[in-house]
Design a protein around this ligand. Structure first.
Ligand code: GDP
Ligand code: ZN
Length: 369
């Protein structure tokens, strides 16, 4: 398994925000920090997960000023988390029954946001070793790191190894054992996470921000973030020709297809169909997802056609212009917003400007930590 070596306990990292206080993990301690006026004036956006530069570090009161924010290598939306090394996709070997297609969907969503994915099959106590091997073989074959766990029995050492010294988020359907895993890794952690978000949710004027939780392991620390909300679980405005690139088994073959816009279905001289050693379930997932992105593409192009028609009618003149134009604008804004939110490779700038309002909306408020 090869990983980007992610987070180091020496890099001051924002792990929580309450009001105008940013809690920064630094040399194994938490510092309550505030932003220098210059950063506020420049509307510098500090996200949970950001590596920051500190000044006037007070080791007695554990406080400091944030004077700068290091460039981030990614930014996940909902909840907003910066510098996430990996998403650990948790699936149950059974109960709920193992669904390759759901796993594939999470993997493609992770690839779409440019985040490395690790597969974690939990509840391995519920299936035979043979069945477990059958389940994970296609994913190991595709090159994903795969770990197996039994949260209930506290067998989480494989997972600990992939989390150690990295910033991770756990994702996956409900009931697969995500909270149980967190509890097995560090008793009380999942509970604490729930308590904190409940507490924050109750304060009327308090915006709830994502948090990173610190896990203490035998040979290091790991930061684990709140579960990302892949609420719709769809691929948004992903161009159909891009989908294949999100399947590691297909990627190396795509440049050798005869047609540059090959969708790897029925096309002649398709290198993917001829050469990619892809298990049938994975290819079936691809075809299923392809139908979805083709349908979305069609829907979006229908919407923009309508916008164009409206605009044309407007320029031709007439009494009902105003209403038509308004409708057109609404349709366009909507489809653009949807596309922007869900587009693959969404730029960091986009996300930052999109969440700018959230971030500054409670700047006026002052909440004592
Ligand atoms: P979450 O919704 O993903 O957070 O899942 P939970 O952690 O709430 O777990 C759902 C159910 O699965 C609970 O009843 C757990 O006791 C059970 N469970 C979790 N991990 C395991 C495991 O490794 N083996 C078995 N047999 N059951 C587990
Ligand atoms: Zn092809």
């Amino acid at each position: 398994m090869s990983f980007r070596t992610g987070w180091s306990p020496d890099a001051p990292t924002v792990i929580r925000r309450i009001g105008s206080y940013y809690y920064v993990r630094h040399h194994g301690h938490e510092y309550a920090c505030r932003l220098r006026a210059r950063l506020k004036k420049e509307k510098v956006h500090v996200a949970i997960g950001d590596r920051v530069r500190l000044d006037e570090v007070d080791d007695v009161h554990r406080s400091a000023w944030i004077v700068d924010v290091e460039p981030r290598f990614n930014l996940l939306p909902r909840p907003t988390l910066a510098n996430v090394d990996q998403v650990v996709i948790v699936m149950a070997a059974d109960a709920p029954p193992f669904s390759p297609q759901t796993l594939d969907r999470f993997l493609v969503l992770a690839a779409q946001s440019g985040i490395e994915a690790v597969v974690c099959i939990n509840k391995r106590d519920r299936v035979s070793a043979e069945r477990l091997h059958e389940m994970i073989a296609p994913y190991e074959g595709a090159g994903y790191p795969v770990v197996t766990t039994t949260a209930k029995g506290g067998e989480v050492s494989e997972l600990w190894r992939v989390l150690n010294n990295r910033v991770s988020v756990l994702a996956g359907p409900s009931g697969v054992g995500k909270s149980s895993l967190l509890n097995a890794l560090q008793p009380g952690l999942a509970l604490k996470a729930n308590e904190v978000s409940e507490k924050l949710g109750r304060g009327r004027h308090t915006t709830t921000f994502a948090s990173l939780y610190v896990l203490q392991g035998p040979d290091g620390e790991a930061l684990v973030g709140d579960t990302p909300g892949y609420s719709h679980m769809d691929f948004g405005a992903l161009p159909p020709t891009e989908l294949g690139w999100l399947f590691p088994e297909m990627k190396p073959h795509i440049p050798h297809c005869r047609f540059p816009d090959c969708l790897h279905r029925e096309e002649p001289d398709c290198a993917v169909k001829t050469h990619a050693a892809m298990p049938p379930e994975r290819y079936a997932s691809y075809l299923r997802f392809l139908e979805e992105v083709l349908a979305t593409e069609k829907r979006l192009s229908d919407t923009s056609l309508k916008v164009e028609e409206t605009v044309k009618r407007k320029s031709a003149g007439g009494g009902v212009e105003k209403k038509l134009v308004k409708l057109g604008v609404v349709a366009r804004t909507d489809s653009r917003r949807v596309a922007k939110q869900k587009l693959a490779g969404i730029s960091v700038e986009d996300l930052a400007s999109e969440s700018e309002d959230d971030w500054h909306e409670d700047d006026e408020e002052f909440l004592e930590p």
